[in-house]
Design a protein around this ligand. Structure first.
Ligand code: FAD
Length: 516
């Protein structure tokens, strides 16, 4: 029997995932309350958590598809109006003679692209959309401090906002400001969207036997900005439209132990990120004057694009942050709680999928909720089905994101990786009946389940390896064996012949690893 009253939905966290989840819930006529730790992001005085200004993200098909199904048709138009299309990677390097090169690698044989969006701006657009619905209430400056998923109660600490001066600026806080008051909230269903260090997840763990795995990789990140091209500023040959380098690409400066990337912004600047081992950061922190030299030897031209003085200043001012990876299972408790987004599966950012996967969580969750009655028993079945589907997908994309670190700092320069991409794209374009597509296209331009992407790509690899063995390697080895035998018979030593075969074996092993 359907519940008489609308479902009382509590959303914890008003980041991109929480805001979209609130929108989905409100569109179903639920009674929605969103509680967010920080102040309203649309208020200029609120600094985004963890970020200096804001970060630019790659918005891909999964995130777009989730917004497409939000019931707000104009939302995507607004998001796209402030996005910059990125058609591929631009790999920057220098030859041994010191010549700077930019190599464009298209993302997709069909010209599909990702969109660079400002995370804070996307979040604001989602909150604006949520606020148009009468059945949603937004509560900022509220921190989840406790939840009882059996009694369906949650507790928040409310931080009193500091008083405003006559011109609207925040006044200096006195002793009574910032005092915390506790608020008790009832709910039917709690959606925990409160990020990697989720309190919702922590409290859910008291009720469900949740397996939980958290790791930090030995890499820190720091944000930089390449300003718009000015009359005297450095540019690269692909610079255009007031951008210091091509606005159509995600730029990569690969190096053996680190990576520097730049993503275009609507204001013609680039938001850049340095990823490097913690020991490298420690060395640079000890002597920040060496940062320009460090950049010039590893990331040619990048220091000039940022400006040498600005490079050092930004390195010293901007935070040096860790990268966390989280896997847990299940993602829900009974009919009353579920975690989504980074709360359920924070991942390293090398596939540009963290937020996309989080937004996709929302679409998949509501697909299951819609397929079941709106009763406690129906919700239990829906949340069970959701965890069963989503946990393997979250684990798969987490692993893909870690593996893509190699792709970004080495794979973009590896001939074997590029050959495999070309073969798969050729088959996809000219022989679509084969069903071949690159892993990148499946992850970024499709909505295929992540766990299926991993299986399909492994199977494609086996087929390609089989084809390679049948058409090139085996005939080649037969020829090499015949040639080796003749060589041996002609009086060369056994040792040399064995070395020749070992070389062939090593080559075969490398090819095998590429395709499986
Ligand atoms: P969050 O964005 O962390 O939001 C959680 C919200 O919950 C916050 O507003 C927080 O204030 C609030 N909150 C926290 N605790 C509480 C509490 N106790 N009570 C109430 N509220 C609380 N993803 C992509 O898809 N593409 C990219 O290109 C990409 N690039 C990235 C680059 C970097 C350097 C990094 C670090 C991440 C990147 N990501 C990218 C990942 C992306 O930023 C996250 O996956 C995404 O922000 C997760 O959204 P969320 O809403 O789940 O969590």
């Amino acid at each position: 029997m359907a519940e008489a009253k609308p479902t009382k939905c509590l959303v914890v966290g008003a980041g991109p995932v929480g805001a979209l989840a609130a929108l989905y819930a409100a569109r179903r006529g639920w009674d929605v309350d969103v509680y967010e730790l920080r102040g309203d992001l649309r208020d200029a005085s609120t600094t985004p958590l963890n970020f200096t200004k804001s970060i630019n993200l790659a918005l891909a098909e999964r995130g777009i598809n989730a917004m497409r199904h939000s019931g707000s048709p104009a939302l995507l138009d607004r998001v796209f109006a402030e996005a910059v299309p990125m058609y591929g990677r631009m790999v920057h390097s220098a030859s041994s003679a010191g010549t700077l090169t930019e190599e464009s690698q298209q993302y997709d044989v069909h010209g599909r692209f990702n969109r660079a969006v400002d995370r804070a701006n996307l979040n604001k657009l989602l909150l604006d959309e949520v606020e148009t619905l009468p059945n949603v209430k937004l509560h900022f400056n509220h921190k989840l401090v406790g939840a009882d998923l059996r009694k369906r109660k949650a507790w928040f600490e409310r931080k009193a906002a500091p008083p405003q001066t006559a011109d609207g600026a925040q006044a200096h806080q006195d002793q009574t400001d910032g005092r915390e008051q506790e608020v008790e909230v009832d709910f039917d269903l709690m959606l925990g969207c409160d990020g990697a260090h989720s309190n919702a997840r922590y409290h859910m763990m008291k009720f469900v036997r949740m397996s939980y795995e958290q790791s930090y990789i030995d890499t820190l990140w720091c944000e930089f900005t390449i300003p718009p091209a000015g009359p005297t500023s450095a540019t690269t040959p692909t610079a255009k439209d007031g951008f210091a380098t091509s606005p159509d690409h995600l730029h990569i400066w690969p190096c053996d132990h680190g990576l520097f990337i730049a993503i275009p912004s609507i204001d013609k600047s680039f938001t850049c990120t340095l990823f490097a081992p913690s020991a490298t950061f420690a060395t640079l922190e000890q002597d920040p004057a060496t940062i320009t030299q460090f950049f010039q030897t590893r990331f040619p031209n990048a220091a000039d694009l940022i400006g040498h003085a600005e490079l050092r200043q930004q390195f010293e001012q901007n935070p040096h942050l860790p990268l966390i990876s989280i896997k847990c299972s299940p993602h829900h408790y009974s009919s009353t709680g579920v975690i989504l987004g980074d709360a359920a599966h924070a991942m390293v950012p090398f596939y540009g999928q963290g937020m996309n996967a989080g937004l996709e969580d929302v679409r998949v969750l509501f697909q299951h909720l819609d397929a079941h009655p709106s009763t406690p028993a129906g919700r239990t079945a829906a949340l069970d089905a959701y965890s069963t589907e989503r946990v393997p997908d979250a684990h798969a994309v987490n692993d893909l994101a870690l593996a893509n670190y190699w792709e970004m700092h080495s794979g973009v320069r590896s001939p074997l990786t590029l050959i495999r991409k070309k073969v798969e794209e050729f088959l996809n374009d000219k022989l679509p009946i084969t069903g071949f597509a690159t892993q990148y296209a499946r992850v970024s331009f499709s909505n295929q389940r992540y766990s299926e992407v991993v299986e399909t790509v492994a199977s494609q690899g086996r087929i390609l390896l089989g084809g390679l063995l049948g058409s090139v390697v085996l005939p080649g080895m037969g020829w090499a064996a015949w040639w080796g035998w003749r060589w041996y018979a002609a009086g060369h030593t056994t040792r040399k012949a064995v070395k020749g075969f070992a070389g062939l074996g090593m080559f075969g092993e490398r090819v095998g690893r590429m395709f499986t």
